[in-house]
Design a binder for this molecule. Sequence first.
Ligand SMILES: [Zn+2]
Length: 108
Amino acid sequence: MYDEAETDEWTPPTEAEMKILQSRQERSDEISRRLGNYMLQGYRMLDALCEVCGTIMMQPRNGEDFCVACTEMESEISKDDHAISEEAALSTKKEQEERKKANASGEV
Ligand SMILES: [Zn+2]
């Protein structure tokens, strides 16, 4: 049946993935809040996105445009990146082990 095949393909998100998603959600909430505060202070929301993190750029009345997330939340972004790179390292290691097994059986 088609239903069974589709069920096999779907895997629930891991705890680590959920944590990353949750921290991203919390961060974007915080960024939205800060963007709102800046707009109340007379900053302009630009029609441009930050090249680093994709957050909307803000511009003071007489000044350079800047990214709220990169300027004010750098530590939280690097923390997030660390979690992602740890995940990537784990999956790469697993992949290498599987490749080793495949090579071993191929030599027979
Ligand atoms: Zn940024």
